[in-house]
Ligand binder design. Sequence first.
Ligand code: SF4
Ligand code: FES
Length: 251
Amino acid sequence: MARTLHFSIFRHNPYDPQSVPRMQSYTLDETPRATLFTTLNRIREEQDPSLQFDFVCRAAICGSCAMLVNGRPLLACKTRTEELPETITMHPLPFFRLVGDLSVDTGSWFGEMEQRVESWVHQQHSFDPNGLEERMSNDKALEIYELERCIECGCCLAACGVALMRPDFLGAAGMLRVARYLADPRDHRSEAQVLEVLAPDSAVSGCVGFLACDDFCPKNLPLEEQWAFARRWLLAHGALSDNRPTPQRIG
Ligand code: SF4
Ligand code: FES
């Protein structure tokens, strides 16, 4: 029998001085196999055209539709309402600038992070457009590909207690980006450059190891493994005290 879903959705327009943050209720019958994304579309089409939320791909590829659902960060286009209880509370992702209702600006943060970690291959020689491609083994290419799968949804940062306390935290997505270049044999950035990015309290040294990032990454990226790799790299370069534990999963 079809369920009746009861939504409580955060509403606020930060650009309207008259707007007051509030929760708004919507009720509708569940459509079998519907995702949260299509259900939000139904609410917007049938009940409230003013409701703001983001999406592009509807296939868990673009990272636009991340939001907090019953307190957990997830992708609305990848989540079926059948996986949730009848009462569903939705908030925008914390940590990022609010655009309105469920829509946040993740792009500015990721753009700044890419500048901070210098997210491009560092080489000593200038690019030769007529040169042969630099070859690498399939295994190495696959290792880099695995670290490239981040869709910049922001779920890892929204789930991270450290990021919520300090907005300058590099977070799992930033750490993963550095790990991607450390794995790349074409990248010749200096150790000093890597230390400058990874060592501060606003980066690897500040991670307390709760690993909520790993729990909530919708692409199942190896974040726990990469935090441990970053810790070991800093230890090997004398930038981390070895009496601090490598992140461990709790419980
Ligand atoms: Fe999203 Fe995972 Fe990338 Fe974080 S690491 S932004 S959770 S895909
Ligand atoms: Fe692209 Fe959900 S709409 S990830």
